[in-house]
Each structure stands twice: as C-alpha cells, then as structure tokens.
Write a protein of this length. Structure first.
Length: 422
C-alpha cells in the first residue's frame, strides 16, 4: 500500500513501521486471527482496519481522536503478524504509532488516573506491593471506583505470597554448562515470586550458573506497549549498564512480555551511542523455555502420577518471539506428563499487559472464552510462561467454578526435578 508517512518523525521504529504499511496488501487473512475482530466484529477493530487508521493519522488525513478508540482496543497480541502471509510487522507499526500519538492524546480523568497509578507502581515491586495491599483493604468499595480501577482490584489475589529476596549468584549443579543472567521481573516478583525460584532451580539443576544482577530494573515492556517511549528507553539504558553481558552466555526472561521487550532493545537504541551494546543485549536474550530447549535438558524425574497439561501459548512468546515448540518439548520430556492442545489456542486470553485493566469488558469476554476452551481439554493443569496470562486465566477459571491449577512451565519442571530418582 502506498503511503506518505514520514518515517523520521516516528522515532527508532519509524522505518520498520512505514515498511509495515507498504507491505499490507489488504488480503484480510489476519481478520479471523484477531481477537477484537472476533469479539467486536467490525473492520475498524481488525488489523487491516487499524493499519488504514494508523496510516490516515500518520499522513494527517484523519484526526487522532477519530482513530483512538479502535487503536486503543488493540491488544498488541500480534496474532495478526503470525497470520499475515505478507510478513507485515504490525508490532513495530503499533509501537511506533503509540509512541508518536501518546503525548498528543486526550484521555478521560479516570483513564489518566489509572495510567498514572500503573506507571507509578507496576515497575517497582515494593511500591506495587504497598499499593496492592491498600487496594485489597478497599476492595469492598470497588463498585464506587472508575471501571478501570475496579478491574484492577478484581485481578488482585486474596493474599500475597511472602517476598523472596534473590541472591546475586546461584551455582550450577554438577558440571557447569553455561552462565546466564536472570531478569527478575516486577509484577511477577510480587504476585508469584516462586516462579523465579523454580526457574533458578531448573536452570541450576541443568548445570547453569545463574546471576541475578542487583542493579536491574523493569524491562520497560509496559511503557513500550503503552507508547511511553521515553520511559522505555530510560529503563533499557539502565539495564544495559546493570547486566555484565561479556560474562554471560544469555540474558534469561521467564515472562513472555519481558523477553519480548528485551529482544527489542537493539531496535529501540539503533543509531545511538549504546547501539552495539543494545544489539548485543537483544542477541543474548532468550526466553527460559527457548534457552533450556536449545541447551538440552538433563532428564527430569517422573511425576508420581500421570498428569495431562493444557499448554497455553502466551502471545508475547508465541506470536512476538516465535517460540511455540520449546515449552511443549520441555513439558513432554517430563515422564508422566501428557501435553494437550487448547482449542483456539492462538487467541489471546485478554491479559495483554494492562489491557485487562484498561479495557475490562473486552478482556472479560476473551478471558471467559479462554477459560471455556481450556476446560474443554479436561486437563489436570494449565501451563504457560507469562505472569499476566497466569493471573487472567486463574481469575476466569475460578469464575467458571474451576480450581484447575495454572502453573508456569518452570514450576512443572521444578516439581519433576524435586521427585526422587527411580
Ligand atoms: S494479512 Fe497482512 S497483508 Fe493481509 S490484510 Fe492483514 S496485515 Fe494486511
Ligand atoms: S495485535 Fe492482536 S488485537 Fe491488535 S490487530 Fe493484531 S490480532 Fe488484532
């Protein structure tokens, strides 16, 4: 599609974004894959429609406010990019568009307050814990709050696990096969600190020395995906200094959204003095499933009883990072575990970063649909690799009266390594 977009105005992703518009041939193959098209049913809430809207705004032929509701309802799940036969890089277009338009957009008071609260708390585990604890105390008054804040309260668990202080280094068990640095994450450290413990346990059991850089900060994923490019760049630069890349074989992420953001550092800082270090950072980043699959697992021990596991593809692992097979292979390597596929597995669960807070109605429909599809598998447990998906799926399974556990793939593997050898 021909366009008049000036790529220079769009920042570091400008050229890729403009190329995405050129590459779209309007074929519509992406429509059935798009969750918002499935739920809302109109062209403007489809990838093809959104590409046209973004093109219009960036060329100046359409007002920002006209396009805003449709672009804002995009989950950024990238199922459209997977489905697209023309290789349109929808993710780069969306990120560049949001970064360009965010400072110019007007928002309602409740949207502004919600964003401000999220920005101030989510990337900082101690602040998030304090805010969430206060939120819990006032959950009885949720119906009095704006819908976004009420949605946020609904997603909070009944109680918070005890915080876990990670050591700066964990030695490999047996012969050392690799040395990695772990991104500890922010929200996950508060809601599910045992995921980092399980990850470290599985890595070290496989002969991997794990460094947890003490100066690391949030990866910047939430800022990046909501158009706050300045914050995203600031966090990326901080992490470039916090990780000693020369001494490690890989940077490990165990949350799909974070891994996806780390892999974008190279592109974000292209043309800056940090360009080559950012490129190296991205090149070294691996999702933990991807890393262990490539390394080759030391055989996990059998679980005491057979278990059927429904594997849920997190969008930012499958669609954004192209990691589909690795987590399935890891799970299948546990004796007594059978992995089953989930109907409509490519459709987002509705978590999508802070989407389930900012667009609770659509997220609710997608969450219900995901839970129904998961229950259809009759699996004993659900496994996935993203804290946002875990929270969203747990919430919706519980709403449908199910107590099927939702686990990170590393939790299942750690469970296996803890079993006695036969
Ligand atoms: S499938 Fe790709 S080329 Fe076809 S309409 Fe969608 S984005 Fe455009
Ligand atoms: S990113 Fe997801 S929600 Fe947005 S247009 Fe693509 S498929 Fe639809």
């Amino acid at each position: 599609m021909q366009h008049q977009i000036s790529a220079q105005r769009l920042g570091p992703l400008g050229e890729t974004a403009a190329a995405a518009v050129s590459a779209c041939v309007h074929c519509g193959f992406c429509l059935p894959a798009c969750p918002t098209y499935q739920v809302l049913g109109d062209e403007m809430n489809s990838p093809r429609g959104r590409i046209l809207l973004m093109k219009g705004v960036l060329e100046g032929s359409m007002s920002l406010q006209q396009a805003a509701p449709y672009i804002s309802q995009c989950l950024g799940c990238l199922a459209c990019a997977t489905a697209c036969p023309a290789g349109v890089q929808y993710g780069a277009l969306l990120t560049a568009y949001r970064a360009y338009t965010e400072p110019k957009r007007s928002r309602s008071l409740s949207e502004t307050v919600t964003r401000w609260l999220l920005r101030l708390t989510l990337p900082y585990p101690s602040r998030f814990r304090a805010a969430a604890t206060i939120g819990q105390l006032f959950s009885w008054a949720g119906h009095l709050l704006p819908r976004e804040l009420n949605a946020m309260l609904h997603l909070l668990p009944g109680h918070f696990p005890k915080p876990v202080k990670l050591k700066p280094r964990y030695a490999a068990v047996g012969e050392r096969r690799a040395r990695v640095a772990l991104l500890a994450g922010c929200v996950q450290q508060v809601l599910a600190p045992h995921i980092n413990q399980a990850t470290i346990e599985v890595l070290t059991a496989n002969g991997v020395e794990v460094i947890v850089p003490p100066q690391q900060v949030c990866c910047g994923a939430l800022a990046l995906h909501t158009g706050e490019m300045r914050t995203a760049l600031k966090l990326a630069r901080h992490n470039l200094r916090a990780f000693t890349l020369e001494e490690i074989d890989a940077v490990i992420a165990n949350a799909a959204g974070c891994g996806s953001a780390l892999k974008e550092y190279g592109l974000l800082l292209k043309g800056t003095p940090e360009s080559s270090r950012a490129h190296m950072f991205s090149e070294k980043t691996r999702d933990v499933n991807e890393f262990l699959d490539a390394l080759g697992l030391r055989p996990p021990h059998p679980l005491p009883r057979p278990m059927t596991v429904a594997y849920h593809d997190a969008c930012h692992l499958a669609h954004a990072q192209g990691v589909w097979g690795a987590p399935r292979r890891l799970l299948r390597s546990i004796p007594n575990v059978a992995v089953v596929e989930v109907p409509e597995g490519e459709i987002c669960c509705g978590s999508a970063g802070t989407y389930n807070i900012e667009h609770p109605h659509i997220a609710q429909q997608l969450g219900e649909r995901k839970a129904r599809n998961l229950l259809r598998t009759n699996a004993d447990a659900v496994a996935t690799s993203n804290i946002g998906c875990i929270v969203q799926i747990q919430t919706h399974l519980a709403q449908q009266g199910s107590s099927v556990p939702v686990l990170h793939t590393m939790e299942l593997l750690a469970m296996a390594y803890r079993q006695p050898t036969i």
